[in-house]
Design a protein around this ligand. Structure first.
Ligand code: ADP
Ligand code: F6P
Length: 485
C-alpha cells in the first residue's frame, strides 16, 4: 500500500466485496501490517483487478473501528468500509456466517435466525452501498460480490441509476424449499434484483434462484430472464441470471512451477516428511463445509485397517484459521485437532507425523511447492460454490502427475470430470477413492491430468471476468432499451 489518493467518481470498474484484498493487522509496536485476505473470492478477483486500469475495490479491512484512509495498492484504489465491533458480531459473524452461510450450504449445521442480526445486515449493506456509489465514474460498472452484500445492488441502484450493476454469488444458492426458511427472504431477493446481471457458479444455483423469484415474488420469468416491476413510476426492468463458473489465474500458477527455488522447496518438503513414497494433501479454510472431518475419518480408518502404511504414506492437512469466534467453527477446530492428535498418537512412527496438520496461512510460492509435492489432493467438500484449490492443484501439475480426488458437491465437479469423483458422505466410497488414487498407474494419472489441465488452462479467471463483464454490458443495454420513451 502507498499514499492515500481518493478519486471519487473516477473509476470505470468498482468491485464491492465484504473484504478488501488485503487485511490490516496491528503489530505489537502499533505499526500496521498488510496481509492477503483469506478465501477464493480474493484469490480470483485480485488477479482480475491487476489487469484493470482505473479499478477500485470497496471493502472491509478486517479489523473493527476506524478504517484506514483510501489508498492505492497494485495499481488499484482501495476504499475501506468502517465496521464497528457490533457490526462484526451481528452482520459478519452473525447474519452472514451463522445464518446465510449454513443455510446456503444446505444446512450442514443449523442456521441461526436473530432479528438483531438482520437489522445489522441491513444497516451494514447500506454502508457498503453508500461507500461504493460515489466512487464509480458516470455510466461506470459496479460489481458486487457474495452473500454478505445481497442488499447492495438495489441500494446502489437507488443512488446511481446510470451505473451498470452486476452481482456474483461465490457460494451455492439453495433450493427454494431451504431458501424459504430465511426470515426476510423477499428483501434478499429484491436486493439482488437491483442488479442488471446476477451470476452464479453452477447451473443448479441459477435455476434455484429463478425458482425462488418465481415462487416467492411471483415475477414473470422467461428462461433465465426476470421481469422486475418498477417501483412507483419507474418502468419494468429485465434482469438476466447466468452461470459463470469462476476460475484461477491458471498460467500464473502454472508458471510458478518453473521456478527453480519452488521446485527445490517441493523436494525439501518431501524430504522433511522422511521421503515417503506417497504424500496426500488437503488445503482448506477450517470450515465445516469442506468435509475435513469426513476426510480424517476415512484416513484414520484406512490406517486402522492396515490399508495405508504410515511409514511410506503421509497426509498433510492445511487448515487456514477462519471465523474463529463463530461457535460452529470453534467446535470444528476442537474436533479436527482432537482427531489429528488421536491419529498421530496411534499411528505416527517415532519422529514423523501420520498427519501433518498446519493451522496457518502460506504464501503463494509455498502453496505451489505443496501442490507439486503432493501425489494426491483430497477435496472432499460437503458443499462448495466452486473450490479453487482443486483448480490450483491441476494448474500446478504441468508434469501431468498427481491425482485429484474431488467431491461431487463442489462446483468444480461440473467441469473437472476427469478427477476421481466421490460422495464424501459415503466413508467407504471415500476410502476406496483414496486407495484408488494412491495406486493409480502413471499413464492413467497422465491421461486424467491432461484432460483436467485442458479444462483449467483454457478457462481461467481472466476469461471468467471478461465473460461476466461483457454480459453485464449487454444486460444493461437491453434494460435501457426496454424503457418506454
Ligand atoms: P473458500 O473460498 O471457501 O476459502 P476456495 O478453495 O475456493 O475456498 O479458495 C481458497 C483459496 O485460499 C485458494 O486460493 C487457496 O489456495 C487459498 N488458501 C487456502 N488455505 C490457505 C493457506 N493456509 N494459506 C494460503 N492460502 C490458502
Ligand atoms: O466465497 C468464498 C468466501 O466465502 C468469501 O466470500 C469470503 O471472503 C471468504 O470465503 C473467506 O471468508 P471470510 O471473509 O469470512 O474470512
Amino acid at each position: 500500500p502507498t499514499t492515500p489518493t481518493p478519486k471519487d467518481r473516477s473509476h470505470e470498474l468498482v468491485v464491492v466485496a465484504n473484504r478488501l484484498p488485503v487485511d490490516s493487522r496491528t503489530l505489537p509496536d502499533g505499526a500496521t501490517e498488510w496481509v492477503t485476505s483469506p478465501g477464493g473470492l480474493v484469490t480470483a478477483m485480485e488477479s482480475v483487478m491487476r489487469t484493470v486500469d482505473s479499478g477500485a475495490w470497496v471493502g472491509w479491512a478486517g479489523s473493527p473501528g476506524e478504517p484506514p484512509a483510501p489508498f492505492e495498492a497494485d495499481g488499484m484504489s482501495l476504499y475501506p468500509v468502517r465496521l464497528e465491533q457490533e457490526d462484526v458480531e451481528r452482520y459478519y459473524e452473525g447474519y452472514s456466517n451463522a445464518t446465510l452461510w449454513p443455510l446456503y450450504h444446505d444446512v450442514i449445521v443449523d442456521p441461526e435466525f436473530h432479528r438483531g442480526w438482520w437489522d445489522s445486515y441491513l444497516a451494514t449493506n447500506r454502508r457498503f452501498a453508500d461507500s461504493a456509489a460515489p466512487v464509480a465514474a458516470p455510466g461506470g460498472t459496479i460489481w458486487v460480490h457474495d452473500y454478505q452484500l445481497q442488499l447492495v445492488p438495489r441500494m446502489i441502484r437507488e443512488k446511481r441509476s446510470d451505473a451498470r450493476i452486476g452481482f456474483f454469488n461465490h457460494i451455492p444458492f439453495p433450493s427454494v424449499e431451504l431458501f424459504s426458511q430465511l426470515p426476510k427472504r423477499n428483501s434478499i431477493l429484491r436486493g439482488l434484483l437491483g442488479a442488471d446481471l446476477i451470476g452464479f457458479q453452477r447451473e443448479s444455483d441459477s435455476l434455484n434462484f429463478v425458482a425462488a423469484v418465481r415462487k416467492l415474488l411471483g415475477y414473470h420469468v422467461d428462461g433465465l430472464t426476470i421481469s422486475v416491476p418498477g417501483v412507483g413510476a419507474a418502468p419494468m426492468r429485465e434482469v438476466e441470471v447466468r452461470t459463470f463458473p469462476i476460475s484461477i489465474d491458471s498460467s500464473a500458477v502454472s508458471a510458478l512451477t518453473e521456478d527453480e527455488e519452488i521446485r527445490e522447496r517441493a523436494r525439501a518438503l518431501r524430504h522433511d516428511l522422511g521421503d515417503p513414497a506417497k504424500v496426500v494433501l488437503g488445503v482448506d479454510r477450517l470450515d465445516y463445509t469442506k468435509g475435513i472431518r469426513h476426510r480424517l475419518k476415512a484416513w484414520g480408518e484406512l490406517l486402522d485397517d492396515g490399508l495405508i502404511d504410515p511409514h511410506d504414506t503421509v497426509m498433510i492437512q492445511v487448515a487456514t484459521p477462519s471465523r474463529e469466534r463463530v461457535e460452529a467453527y470453534r467446535q470444528l477446530r476442537d474436533e479436527v485437532e482432537l482427531t489429528v492428535g488421536r491419529i498421530n498418537g496411534e499411528h505416527a512412527p517415532l519422529g514423523r507425523p501420520a498427519v501433518s496438520y498446519q493451522h496457518h496461512s502460506f504464501d503463494r510460492r509455498e502453496m505451489t511447492a505443496l501442490f507439486m509435492a503432493a501425489d494426491v489432493v483430497l477435496v472432499t467438500a460437503l458443499r462448495d460454490g466452486m473450490n479453487l484449490v482443486a483448480k490450483e492443484y491441476v494448474a500446478s501439475r504441468p508434469d501431468l502427475q498427481g491425482v485429484l480426488v474431488l467431491s461431487e458437491f463442489a462446483g468444480a465437479a461440473d467441469e473437472l470430470r476427469a478427477a476421481v469423483l466421490v460422495n464424501p458422505h459415503d466413508i467407504d466410497e471415500l476410502k476406496s477413492a483414496i486407495l484408488r488414487a494412491l495406486a493409480m498407474p502413471e499413464e492413467e494419472q497422465e491421461e486424467a491430468m491432461r484432460s483436467l489441465r485442458h479444462q483449467v488452462m483454457e478457462n481461467d479467471v481472466q476469461s471468467w471476468a471478461h465473460d461476466f463483464l461483457e454480459h453485464l454490458e449487454h444486460a444493461g443495454r437491453e434494460a435501457q432499451a426496454a424503457v418506454p420513451v
